[in-house]
Design a protein around this ligand. Structure first.
Ligand code: 6GU
Length: 302
């Protein structure tokens, strides 16, 4: 048996011993920054602090509690991670895989993830919602993966494919649900999410590079959980809330003889500021009720 399987089994045993039989979930939810309100929508809840579960790491970010909440939402039995684990907190990526494997062992077949992200697509606005249909995992591309290390064969294969990581049926269902939940259609997009390690926000040059690689949104989470979920056969639906637009031009002295003048003029015209965590939380707060309404309909349709 793999070490990971043994550790996950310990957590699952503890949870099962402390959870009513009827509360065992088939759907998991991971709440993004400032979107923990999803967890408060659950009824008939049983809550575990991460710290109380054997083997669970704890979350330290402002805007992220550290609770695993079991309950009913949209007529389904769900488990909600209120507060996720981030690489930038010092957890290695395999540690961020742990809670997803616990969900899997508990019987979760579908995972809904939310995150707060920066918007790179110039046609989109802060406050818009993005159904992720593919990702760019910059850490994975240089060897940092939640699946790095001996493969835990109990969960899945050594070399999982990610071509169908975000199944189209779930995205279609989410679009239908958005109509019913009266999410304005001009606020909803489909896009590519770039995962970066953080915790500093990207420089404009980095953001420009990542935009050139094809990303529409950028953030510091979600992808390690997605990769872990796909590895063990969980179906994933992931949504970004664009909390801010990301500047891709900045900082050059403007010399009249220089072509940089053009870029500086363009920046002046867009007036995009560098992101702050306060701004991220403020936009999450503004949209959280809408996201909660949307997710309730998604759950009803699942
Ligand atoms: Cl601009 N970048 C990253 N990496 N994460 C974010 C963000 C930006 N805005 C919200 N989350």
């Amino acid at each position: 048996m793999s070490k990971s399987f043994v550790a996950v089994s310990g957590a699952v045993e503890y949870i099962r011993a402390n959870l009513p039989e009827h509360a065992v979930p088939t759907i998991g939810i991971v709440c993004g920054s400032g979107l923990g309100g999803l967890g408060a929508r659950l009824s008939d809840t049983t809550t575990f602090d991460y710290a109380s579960i054997p083997g669970f790491a704890t979350s330290s970010v402002v805007g992220h509690a550290g609770k695993l909440v079991f309950g009913e939402y949209g007529g389904k039995r769900v488990v909600c991670m209120v507060g996720r684990l981030h690489y930038y907190e010092g957890h290695d990526l395999p540690a961020t895989a742990f809670p997803i494997r616990v969900m899997h062992q508990l019987g979760v077949k579908t995972l809904l993830l939310t995150n707060a992200a920066g918007g790179l697509n110039p046609a989109w606005n802060a406050g818009d919602l993005v159904l992720i249909y593919d990702h760019l995992s910059l850490p994975s591309m240089v060897g940092q993966s939640a699946l790095r290390g001996p493969n835990a064969d109990e969960f899945g294969p050594r070399f999982p494919a990610l071509g169908e990581a975000y199944p189209v049926e779930l995205r279609r269902l989410a679009v239908e649900a958005a109509k019913e939940a009266e999410v304005p259609s001009e606020w909803l997009h489909e896009g590519i999410y770039a995962f970066v390690g953080g915790p500093s926000y990207e420089t404009p040059a980095e953001s420009r590079a990542i935009r050139m690689l094809g990303a529409d949104a950028i953030g510091m989470s979600t992808v390690p959980e997605v990769i872990t979920a796909v590895h063990c056969g969980i179906k994933v639906l992931a949504v970004s809330l664009l909390t801010n637009r990301v500047p891709t031009e900045r900082g050059q002295l403007v010399l009249p003889q220089d072509p940089a003048q053009k870029a500086a003029d363009a920046l002046e015209a867009t007036g995009i500021d560098m992101p702050t965590h306060e701004e991220v939380l403020a936009m999450s707060a503004e949209r959280s009720a809408l996201v909660e309404q949307w997710f309730e309909v998604i759950l009803q349709k699942l």
